[in-house]
Design a protein around this ligand. Sequence first.
Ligand code: G16
Ligand code: MG
Length: 219
Amino acid sequence: SKKGFIFDLDGVVVDTAKFHFVAWQRLAKSLDINFTEKENEQLKGVSRVRSLEKILEWGNKTIDQETFDEKLVQKNEEYLEMVETLTQDDILPGVHDFLLRLRESEQPIALGSASKNARPILEKLGIIDLFDAIVDGTDVSNAKPDPEVFLQAADLLHMNKRKCVVFEDSIAGIQAANAAGMISIGIGKEENLKEADEVFAGFNEMPADYIDQLLKKEK
Ligand code: G16
Ligand code: MG
């Protein structure tokens, strides 16, 4: 049997979530806004524009449109500088192997990311060819927790949405997967991912027969 396997990028496939955090923290500091790790958790999976809107809301600050745009350009430049340092070693533990095993059993694989930088990052990591379909921040108009990104991925894989499994590290992403009617697997801390169907600290924590388990699993 087959299922559609849909992967989030930042924080699931590769350890770039830490770069986003550093870049947002710098930006917040430049606006004299205090920005905590707990707040950052709520920005995971959230689009660039929406993230800055939230930081401003939390800090009770308003800035004009021009400054808003400049801050985002700067955030992305700093983020991309950190992304330059990425190598295959930054692929999160167990993910590469999991992807290869999925390909061996001819399971359809997609990326479902909010990031506009997803394609170059996958190329840099040398794993873009493992994905049958890629949906990223340049393809969708409604950001997670809206299910659009995952529904598009299911369509591209020609898989029924009820036959898809989503791997996500963010609260917004788990909500998006659930809203799509897909099986949601949280990657990260249980306390942050309570709404997920199952949570693992990482792919290397999954049982050896986990792919078979998922193929039998119903939402
Ligand atoms: C990612 C991150 C978010 C980031 C968003 C937009 O989503 O989790 O923190 O704000 O993409 O990224 P960019 O600024 O590169 O367009 P995901 O869905 O891959 O976790
Ligand atoms: Mg993520």
